[in-house]
Design a protein around this ligand. Structure first.
Ligand SMILES: [Fe+2]
Length: 198
């Protein structure tokens, strides 16, 4: 295992190679734009948390934001082309990161960002992803998962933007327990940012 973090160029190159192999090269730009939106919001949350005395690894968080959806280079996405059910993109991301020899903590963010808070074993069981909880646990995982669930592609703008919490909540509440988990993570974000982000 390489004990340092990959550079953003390295991540993008790996994404390009995999997406090209699967005939979905257009995923790279869409994903990069999404990840940039997630990172900007995550950075804002993290800086407020640091100001309030919390320890956040900003360097790791940035790299994690650009890696978290790398599995989409295999599954594709609903908005472009879906090669495999998109619910598997977290797991595929985990596998890609491990194959690259990147850090376990980077592989973890792929499976633990789903649904804005990670997933319980009940949800994982229901959608064919095993029998274990894959919840966002560390402060970086929780900030990333939360920032990610608030980022939506805006057709008019032609890029991703941060939408209100309710939009994310309505998207994920259909999964058993997911709405409650997401609200709990929102409370956590409110707490660490002293209510500057909700
Ligand atoms: Fe994702």
């Amino acid at each position: 295992m390489k004990d340092d973090l990959p550079s953003l160029d390295e991540i993008r190159n790996v994404m390009q190679d995999i997406a090209k192999e699967n005939g979905i090269l257009e995923q790279v730009d869409e994903n990069w734009d999404h990840s940039t939106c997630v990172w900007k919001f995550a950075d804002k949350i993290a800086k407020l948390a640091i100001k309030n005395g919390h320890e956040v690894d900003l360097n790791f968080l940035k790299v994690a934001c650009y890696v978290h959806d790398i599995g989409r280079m295999k599954t594709g996405s609903k908005s472009l082309k879906e090669l495999e059910p998109v619910r598997y993109h977290g797991l595929r991301g985990y596998e890609i990161v491990k194959k690259q020899g990147w850090l376990e903590k980077l592989a973890r963010v792929c499976v633990r960002h789903m649904g804005g808070a990670g997933q319980t074993k009940d949800v994982n069981k229901e959608i064919g992803l095993g029998n274990k909880d894959t919840l966002a646990e560390t402060i970086e995982e929780r900030i990333l998962a939360y920032a990610d669930c608030r980022a939506f592609f805006d057709e008019k703008l032609g890029r991703a933007k941060i939408e209100p919490f309710e939009k994310a909540y309505n998207k994920f509440k259909i999964y058993p327990g997911a709405g409650g988990l997401l609200k709990k993570n929102q409370e956590f974000i409110k707490k660490i940012t002293a209510n500057k982000i909700s």
